[in-house]
Write a protein that binds this ligand. Structure first.
Ligand code: NFS
Ligand code: SF4
Length: 653
């Protein structure tokens, strides 16, 4: 393997201490990580500005980002057409990822209903009935399976409906839905929307950036209020709706004297099945005979967040730490399914004799061992993975260095739980949240979500941004790799309210919650949509999502999925800031449409900032603007973090 050429200090690459320690070890071991390649491979400036088109072989055509209207592609496509089409294809890809994941959940649900899948069952009847009621499906005195069948049929339409509005738009606040109807944005089934997005962005089809942007929004909405929402609902029905619990995170969760098995990816089924296998007496005995104290099942990335929320399984870290975890030498098996799985994990695993296993027919890696998970007999696959891990444990030959650091925090919030915790079981509702926003104790709500990216110091922007938001009395909800960044920084515990502004701290202390609520994996951003819909329905904060004092941010994004998520938040009415790069050319008509033009039509707007402090400034300014429009503004000073705040936090850790 090539020797890393970079000399950048680990502490300049990431603020995650355990990852820093493993970068140093990888360098000693002569193992190249993606951080090294991010240094060596500079992004193409034309591609980064989305100023090139390769949709046909007359091109590729490149436009100069510094003179975007200086020329057009060979077919005559303008910079606006080119970048809108490129953006649309990112949204289509991200939407496809979430909806295909949701489809896999539906397949499983169908198997359970039909009785062909016997290792899983409908676990959360309450959620099933709630989902049914939200779809106007009769539940009164009906057998569970019958209700489940109707729910299945309604949710299948989220994908396949050729014409008309998908059923889940029933959950959208009325005024928001009216705006979508007026603009022609209400999604049909995701399959149709993705297909049309791909068609319209092909050579010689839609060449009006405003018209393309309508399809971009409609496709993204088929993700947020469609595929992602189905995925969350069905996962809750089959595996249980999460409830808050205390969980340990960071690389110190790996154990030298146990068989360490990391599950990384996105679909909860693999980890759910792994839990059953790891608990089987015969497997436990086998581990003991191999000299291990037990089997240590650990999650990473979004599948990890799923089972962290539902079962309290420890989590080793986010996207930028997956290779670093292998560098410990302590991982006996790493198993993956779909999404955000770097191809080089297989190579890094080889350097440390770790068994690396792909499990999903849709995501193989050249040269890697593939043991397919069949939902009709999932334990066949997961037993074999664990046995391979036990073998590797028995024959461990690599030096092991496990970073010691761990952090504890509360995770597993849901929009249902927010309702319950604020109102209690008898008067559950969003009134207390809305009241506290109206009386100004809570200034607004921010969703801070999304990836980490080796082109941005890992975790830094997530942590700084969230600290500044809570300091300014903004309640933060989180998902995905961002949630893990804050968890590792020790900020998902109730002690973090020491860093919150006085109003937010008072609410958090009264209710006994942290000022930062982890809602789970990236598909669970649909929980944030449900929460904002509840806020509108509860009243007092306007009639549309666009009226709420809320904002979103993905400070270190990298995946096309993040662009799809951002676009469905924007189309739903949320001001959404992305950090470190944005795939458009500055100062074009398409860019101005995304960054303001959509807001003028009653939707939300994109925002962009490089530093977390600027992100916080933009988000708070938007929240204050909405407060003013609602007539609930009070004069407020924006406050910055100082040393005493940091000390208060340190004392709380
Ligand atoms: Ni979301 Fe989860 Fe992480 Fe980004 Fe990837 S793991 S689905 S895409 S990197 S947050
Ligand atoms: Fe060039 Fe037009 Fe072909 Fe794109 S579609 S590569 S702009 S000729």
């Amino acid at each position: 393997m090539a020797k890393p050429t970079t000399v950048i200090r680990p502490e300049d690459i990431t603020i995650c201490e355990t990852t820093q320690q493993m970068i140093a070890k990888a360098r000693r071991d002569g193992v190249e990580l993606f951080f090294d390649r991010a240094e060596a491979i500079k992004p193409c400036p034309i591609g980064a500005s989305s100023a090139c088109c390769k949709h046909c072989s007359m091109g590729p055509c490149r436009i100069s980002p510094s003179d975007p209207y200086g020329k057009v592609g060979i077919c005559g496509a303008t910079i606006d057409t080119i970048s809108a089409r490129n953006f649309g294809r990112m949204v289509a890809a991200g939407t496809a990822a979430h909806t295909d994941h949701g489809m896999a959940m539906l397949d499983l649900f169908r198997g359970v209903i039909e009785g062909t899948v016997t290792d899983f069952a409908i676990k959360d009847h309450i959620k099933l009935f709630e989902v049914a009621e939200s779809l106007d499906i009769e539940t009164e005195a009906r057998p569970i399976l019958e209700v489940a069948r109707d729910v299945y049929e309604a949710l299948e339409k989220t994908y396949t409906q050729v014409e008309g509005e998908i059923p889940l738009v029933k959950r959208v606040p009325k005024k928001t839905l009216e705006t979508w109807r007026k603009e022609g944005l209400v999604p049909r089934g995701a399959m149709r929307e993705i297909m049309e997005m791909m068609h319209r962005s092909a050579m010689g089809v839609d060449q009006d950036y405003e018209n393309i942007t309508k399809q971009i929004s409609r496709t993204a909405l088929a993700d947020g209020w469609g595929g992602s929402m189905v995925s969350t609902d069905i996962s809750d029905i089959l595996f249980g709706t999460p409830a808050p619990r205390e969980v340990t995170v960071d690389m110190g969760v790996l154990k030298e004297d146990q068989v360490n098995i990391i599950v990384h990816g996105h679909e909860p089924i693999l980890l759910e099945a792994m839990m059953v296998s790891a608990d089987a007496p015969s497997i436990k005995e086998m581990a003991k005979e191999a000299g291990a104290k037990g089997i240590n099942l650990v999650g990473m990335c979004c599948s990890g967040l799923d089972v962290l929320s539902r079962h309290g399984i420890p989590h080793a870290g986010n996207f930028s730490s997956t290779e670093a975890a292998l560098v410990t030498g302590a991982v006996d098996a790493m198993t993956v399914d779909v999404q955000c799985i770097k191809q080089d994990l297989h190579k890094v695993a080889q350097c440390y004799d770790t068994t690396f296993i792909t499990t999903n027919y849709r995501a193989k890696i050249e040269g890697a061992l593939h043991i397919e998970l069949d939902e009709h007999d999932p334990m066949k696959c997961t037993d074999e993975i664990i046995i391979k891990g036990i073998m590797r444990f028995k024959n461990r030959s690599k030096e092991i260095e496990i970073p010691k650091k761990t952090a504890r925090g509360i995770h597993g919030f849901s929009h249902e739980y927010i309702k319950y915790m604020l109102g209690g079981s008898f008067r559950g509702g969003y009134e207390p949240l809305n009241d506290n926003i109206i009386n100004g104790r809570i200034r607004g709500v921010a969703g801070v979500v999304g990836c980490t990216n080796p082109r941005s110091k890992q975790d830094f922007s997530h942590v700084e941004l969230v600290k500044e938001l809570i300091k300014n009395d903004v309640l933060v909800v989180q998902t995905g790799c961002s949630q893990m960044a804050l968890a590792k920084a020790g900020l998902t515990s109730p002690g973090a309210s020491a860093l919150a502004g006085p109003g937010l701290a008072e609410v958090c202390e009264t209710v006994g919650i942290p000022p930062i609520l982890g809602l789970g994996a990236c598909v669970d951003n649909s929980r944030i949509l449900m929460a904002v819909a509840e806020m509108v329905k509860t009243g007092g904060l306007g009639d549309a999502i666009a009226d709420l004092p809320v904002a979103g941010c993905a400070p270190e994004w990298m995946s096309e999925k993040a662009i799809a998520i951002g676009q469905y938040f924007v189309a739903s009415g949320v001001y959404t800031v992305f950090g470190h790069t944005f795939p458009v050319t500055d100062d074009t008509r398409f860019t101005r449409l995304l960054f303001g033009g959509l807001e003028a039509k009653g939707l939300g707007s994109w925002g962009f900032a490089d530093s977390p402090h600027e992100m916080a400034r933009l988000m708070i300014a938007h929240i204050d603007k909405k407060r003013k429009e609602l007539g609930i503004d009070k004069s407020r000073e924006r406050v910055l973090m100082d040393m005493s705040d940091r000390r208060a936090l340190a004392a709380n850790e």
